[in-house]
Design a protein around this ligand. Structure first.
Ligand SMILES: [Fe+2]
Length: 171
């Protein structure tokens, strides 16, 4: 069947990978070693922004936590998932153990203050903002936009996959 108006043919769009906007504007595979660390929200932590969906508020980071870091109290407004690549952290004394290559899920609504005695590196997938407290006062709502701005100010968004309303030209 011939369809002269190709733009309205699902078959046309599903068979023409070059006409839809895809991964032509960023590297297909990113080596995080090429991205500088940017100071994260808590003392002793740094991140690399790998993916940032400004419109929906989801973002993915590589997060480094220095040895001996006690996180400040924070509240996850959306679920945060982490895959531990190196080291580990725990919420309670009885959580201690080898966490390398382990997955953890901090569901939306969680409020906690994890501790990392030996430091860690993790892939963090955030499904919403993180609210940070200092001396019992809410001091920051760290959303995808804030993470983008922090990384951009550090010239660390060159290899970030950005979706939403931030255009490549604004990098
Ligand atoms: Fe957390």
């Amino acid at each position: 069947m011939e369809n002269n108006n190709q733009a309205f043919s699902p078959f046309f769009w599903m068979t023409q990978p070059k006409v839809t906007e895809q991964k032509h504007h960023v590297k297909e595979f990113v080596n995080p070693d090429e991205i500088p660390w940017t100071d994260w929200l808590m003392p002793g932590t740094q991140f690399k922004l790998l993916y940032c969906d400004i419109a929906n508020g989801n973002f993915t980071i590589l997060l480094n936590v220095d040895p001996g870091t006690q996180a400040t109290v924070h509240w996850h407004l959306g679920t945060a998932m982490a895959y531990i690549l190196k080291g580990g952290f725990y919420y309670h004394e009885d959580d201690k153990g080898n966490m390398e290559n382990c997955f953890t899920c901090e569901t939306g609504g969680a409020v906690h203050q994890p501790f990392s005695p030996e430091g860690c590196v993790m892939l963090g997938i955030m499904m919403g903002p993180i609210a940070g407290y200092h001396e019992d006062k809410l001091v920051v709502i760290a959303d995808a936009q804030l993470h983008y701005e922090l990384a951009r100010q550090n010239n660390a968004v060159q290899y970030t996959t950005v979706v939403g309303y931030v255009k490549e030209a604004e990098k």
